[in-house]
Ligand binder design. Structure first.
Ligand code: NAP
Length: 336
């Protein structure tokens, strides 16, 4: 159980932006971003078929093709198959996340949480990633933000399909770990309540950030810790707003969030630190967090991320965040 034994380092790289998440990124810029991550020492890369309908996997596979495979860890996801048939990417129904990846490939995306679907998805990902193995496989977005009220039915099909296949592949040593990759806490809480199957870790995006962590902190994180299930924190910048971008939850940030980020930024400036340092170090401070995986589509972001992790953040900054009720009083901070 757990993924720390094989995860190379606590700073990984999330490739959702490389699927043309918000804009059409030139291939050479995408390649340079992965190269910058590699040169900075990053050895854990997360991707998914969903990111640009295969585009992020293809770009990542190309960028890592000449790197020694034993030196890095890869995670990708199952739950959506990418077909050869095409569709209008801007017309996809993505629930709350409409418009995402409309600049990606036009290949048709279909949900499939079945056992056969999971096996086929992994086979397709191996081809796009140009590799013979994947270290961690996450079951993707079996969650209310994509499924609304029907999420429990989708979850049940994953529970009896993809979950069992991934557990079997893990037990056979074909993959090293598996879990769910979601933007919501609820599917992870339900999974931890099951007797079987048993995941190794969860990728939880956007729910353990400076802007949003209370729910995860109350029940999910203690339960995961007790069961030896690690957390990989995705979306540590809440999809961009915490790093100087304009997105929150993958949409234009509302005024209330912009105002809260301004308060955080003002405090960070007062203590002479960057808001990126505060965001990344906060997400990593909880003992159940095994890694944090910020995303980026420009090479220059990588050096910022690496620098943010080594910045010295004064204990008084965290105290001020608590005093100003900007973080939960019981949220662990690095100096605890
Ligand atoms: N359901 C799931 O399993 C799930 C869901 C969400 C995320 N994830 C994983 O978590 C990873 C990280 O999440 P994320 O990429 O969605 O969001 P994120 O890491 O919270 O934020 C990434 C965004 O921050 C922006 N950014 C970074 N530095 C910046 C700066 N100095 N100024 C302005 N903007 C800046 C980047 O912009 P640029 O693009 O311009 O560099 C990028 O678009 C994903 O890539 C994915 O691997 C998984």
């Amino acid at each position: 159980m757990g993924i720390r034994s094989f995860l190379p380092g606590s700073l990984g790289f999330g490739t959702a932006p490389l699927g043309n998440m918000y804009r059409a990124i030139p291939d050479d810029e995408a390649a340079a971003t992965v190269a910058a991550a590699w040169d900075a020492g990053t050895r854990y890369f997360d991707t998914a078929p969903f990111y640009g309908a295969g585009l992020a996997e293809i770009r990542l596979g190309e960028a890592l093709a000449d790197r020694p495979r034993d030196e890095f860890a890869l995670s990708t996801k199952v739950g959506r198959l990418i077909l050869d048939e095409t569709e209008d990417p801007s017309a996809r129904d993505l629930g709350e996340k409409g418009g995402l990846f409309e600049h990606g490939r036009p290949n048709k995306i279909v949900y499939d949480y079945s056992a056969d679907g999971a096996r086929r998805s992994i086979a397709d990902s191996l081809k796009r990633l140009k590799t013979d193995r994947i270290d961690i496989v996450w079951v993707h977005d079996v969650s209310p933000d994509f499924w609304g009220d029907e999420w429990l039915a989708a979850f049940d099909s994953a529970r009896t399909g993809a979950f069992r296949v991934l557990q079997q592949l893990r037990d056979e040593g074909v993959i090293k770990g598996w879990g769910l990759g979601v933007n919501r806490v609820e599917p992870l809480e339900v999974t931890l309540d099951l007797d079987e199957p048993r995941p190794d870790a969860f990728l939880l995006a956007g729910r353990y950030t400076l802007l949003d962590h209370e729910h995860a902190l109350q029940r999910l994180f203690p339960a995961a810790q007790e069961q030896g299930v690690d957390i990989v924190v995705g979306g540590p910048y809440s999809s961009g707003i915490l790093a100087g971008g304009t997105h929150f939850e993958y949409q234009k940030a509302p005024a209330s969030i912009v105002a809260k980020v301004e308060r955080l930024r003002a405090l960070a400036e007062q203590f002479g630190i960057t808001i990126k340092a505060a965001a990344l170090q906060f997400s990593l401070a909880h003992p159940v967090t095994a890694a944090v995986i910020p995303g980026a589509s420009r090479p220059s972001r990588i050096a910022e991320d690496v620098a943010a992790l080594s910045e010295t953040v004064p204990a008084a900054f965290w105290t001020a965040l608590r005093e100003e009720k900007l973080i939960a009083p019981d949220a662990p901070v690095p100096t605890d």
